[in-house]
Design a protein around this ligand. Structure first.
Ligand code: SAM
Length: 264
């Protein structure tokens, strides 16, 4: 649905051109980013979305970027009541409170792609696990998944999500800082899935020490396109074979999220 087309004649043209045409949908919640100064049209924006998409129960206005250690944006309710929802993707369900824990529906393809590479019997490590979407997708095949997340609210929803998806027996969720992983866990993982928060690339070195030689690492990082060739060389110099890489979403002008599939 084109938000700008739907709002023609309701919102003046000079404002409309500033409004992002796209918005995210997570479960039954729509998330828009209304530019400053346009707040008087919040109700119109929410009404148009809810009229066109009958499954939407809440409309949120994202008034900041992802912030702080927990990577959560400031979200203001402009219609509806709750920031909690259940999001479904590829047969899995995730309960989430968007005000308290990170969740990005645009990574669904990546979760499916990485989960499809996991083989039965594997032991998988997932730091920065949030409310569990990468870990739970992997746990459908893996023998064991160990997930580490510092946000206790995310861990609470993670525990609910393990039950919702019937993987509570092979996932261990640890509420801790990822920097304690090398002291807390023993080596011997077949695979690590690392959805690294912005600016924390140094974790690749410490977390990869827990992966067996011959094991795999899926490393997510935020970079401009011109850095990619240099990064491939750098990972090679660190002793990894770079099997695959792809861009998986724009995060800021000129900066994208990239994934690198590495073999140790
Ligand atoms: C980019 S989000 C990814 C979340 C999840 N993997 C997903 O895709 O929904 C990063 C997560 O890392 C967590 N985090 C940030 N710094 C951390 C740290 N030092 N140790 C453990 N978790 C951390 C945040 O709370 C957040 O949930």
């Amino acid at each position: 649905m084109s938000l700008r087309d739907e709002l023609k004649g309701i919102v003046p043209q000079n404002y409309l051109s500033k409004l992002p045409n796209r918005f995210d949908v997570i479960g039954d919640i729509a998330i828009v980013s209304v530019p400053q100064g346009m707040e008087t049209y919040n109700e119109d924006i929410a009404r148009v979305i809810m009229e066109r998409m009958q499954n939407i129960r809440t409309v949120l206005n994202k008034t900041s970027k992802l912030e702080g250690d927990h990577r959560v944006a400031n979200l203001e309710i402009i219609a509806g009541e709750s920031t909690e929802t259940i999001h479904r993707e590829f047969g899995l369900a995730y309960s989430i409170d968007l005000k308290r824990s990170f969740f990005n529906g645009r990574l669904s393809f990546e979760r499916k792609r990485v989960a499809s590479l996991v083989r039965s019997g594997e032991k998988v490590l997932v730091p920065f696990s949030g409310a569990g979407p990468f870990a739970i997708s992997a746990a459908k095949t893996a023998a064991t998944v160990v997930a580490v997340e510092m946000n206790r609210h995310a861990c609470k929803y993670f525990a609910i999500n393990c039950k919702l998806n019937k993987v509570e027996r092979n996932i261990h969720v640890i509420n801790a800082d990822a920097s304690s992983i090398p002291n807390m866990l023993r080596t011997g993982f077949d695979r690590a899935i690392i959805p690294t928060p912005y600016g924390m690339d140094h974790f690749l070195e410490s977390i990869s020490t827990l992966v067996k030689p011959g094991g795999y690492i899926h490393f997510y990082t935020f970079k401009p396109k011109e850095d990619i060739e240099g990064l491939i060389q750098r990972y090679g110099n660190m002793g990894f074979e770079v099997l695959f890489h792809r861009r998986c979403g724009n995060v800021a002008p000129g900066i994208s999220r990239w994934v690198f599939d590495l073999k140790k």
